[in-house]
Design a protein around this ligand. Structure first.
Ligand code: SF4
Length: 375
């Protein structure tokens, strides 16, 4: 296969589904870790095509969704200060903080800019030496390397008016947290292929072995997802629990050594709070001591912030796979992409946004593959 559409081929999808149906003899609950995988599943109705009893639980792998409210409020505080240019990817502008969002700050006169790369923010810093330029560095192991490289470049070129507000998170500790939760129903994982393309697979065998849970590295197209499910249920039916790479076109066991070296140079592992979930030990990265002067939290002394989540929003349960978005009472009524109560309704990788976008409003099931070809 060379082209993207081949990973959406209906005939091949039917073959994989037939294989899954022939393999499954009892119910299984699998978690797709990444929000990008959730969107593929909901968009193509993959969950509705699986044999009865095979359930897909949507995991916490949406970077915007898990960025803690406290960090959002720190971003709002920094962005409101005079002389600051606050740069962020567009998704973050509409994420609700305790009492406003970055759009509101911009409307009130703050210099908040959407950028498409952290290097854009570095360029803005170079061009505006009289301003303090801050980049909002969030996300998983996928966005962390370019952010690390940007901090490294700023140091190398002596761009002293650039800093980063960092809230990076790591997948393996989140899997550990899911598996040790008393409410855990997950029996197998579709691991996030792009994360493994950076980090490799070495962190997963221990998790698979200790929790007796198959972990299959999975891509993002419909056939990738189906192949990941096929391999996971095959392991479960055989009583196996190992790590399997179903995304070899992008993932090598060692990952990307250059990216990992950059991460190790710039960041250090820390405990991190996940929005709606709480603190997960060793689940985050922060700037290491050597780069502390480029840490926006340190530079702007944004401490003492108290936060308040809207009681109505149940995104914490959604991020832990305990609730489906359309089971939230506010879904599609008080909470829509235009009037989001929680980050999971804002982000392009959020489960609530996926359910809203692809008509899971209690609407009829998606049409079968024949009538609604994948892709
Ligand atoms: S539908 Fe809205 S209120 Fe409900 S959990 Fe999702 S983001 Fe929160």
């Amino acid at each position: 296969m060379k082209y993207l559409e081949e990973f959406r081929d209906p005939a091949l999808a039917r073959g994989l589904l037939d294989d899954i149906r022939a393999t499954v003899t009892r119910p299984w609950a699998l978690m797709e870790v990444c929000g990008g995988q959730t969107h593929t599943i909901i968009r193509h109705g993959i969950d509705q095509l699986l044999p009865e009893g095979v359930e897909l639980i949507h995991g916490p792998g949406c970077p915007v969704c898990v960025t803690p409210l406290e960090v959002i409020d720190k971003a709002l505080e920094i962005a409101s200060r005079p002389g600051v240019v606050f740069c962020s990817f567009g998704d973050m502008l509409r994420v609700p903080g305790s009492d406003r969002d970055l759009f509101r700050v911009r409307g009130e006169g703050g210099d908040v800019r959407v950028v498409y790369s952290p290097l854009d923010a570095l360029r803005i810093a170079r061009e505006n030496p009289d301003k303090e330029v801050v980049f909002f560095g969030i996300g998983f192991e996928t966005t962390a390397p370019p952010n690390a490289m940007t901090v490294h470049q700023a140091r190398k070129h002596g761009i002293r008016n650039f800093s980063m507000l960092v809230s990076h998170v790591r997948v393996p500790p989140a899997i550990e947290a899911v598996m040790t939760s008393p409410d855990c129903r997950v029996q197998g994982f579709l691991a996030a292929g792009h994360v493994c393309s950076v980090m490799g697979t070495a962190e997963y065998p221990d998790l698979a072995e200790r929790h007796r849970v198959p972990i299959v590295v999975t891509g993002f197209e419909p056939l990738d997802i189906l192949e990941g499910i096929r391999r996971t249920v095959r392991q479960l039916e055989r009583g196996e629990a190992s790590v399997d790479n179903a995304y070899p076109r992008a993932v090598r066991p060692e990952g990307n050594p250059a990216a990992r070296a950059m991460l190790e140079d710039v960041f250090e592992v820390t405990d991190r709070a996940w929005r709606g979930i709480g603190v997960i030990p060793l689940s985050g990265w922060r700037l290491s001591e050597r780069y502390r002067d480029q840490d926006a939290e340190h530079r702007f002394s944004v401490d003492g912030i108290t936060t308040k989540e809207p009681a109505e929003c149940r995104s914490g349960e959604i991020l832990q796979g305990l609730l489906k978005p359309n089971e939230c009472a506010a879904f599609g009524t008080r909470c829509t992409p235009r009037t989001p109560l929680g980050a999971t309704m804002v982000s392009s990788e959020g489960a609530c946004a996926a359910y809203y976008l692809y008509r899971r409003l209690g609407a009829p099931a998606a049409a079968p593959l024949e009538a609604n070809p994948v892709g």
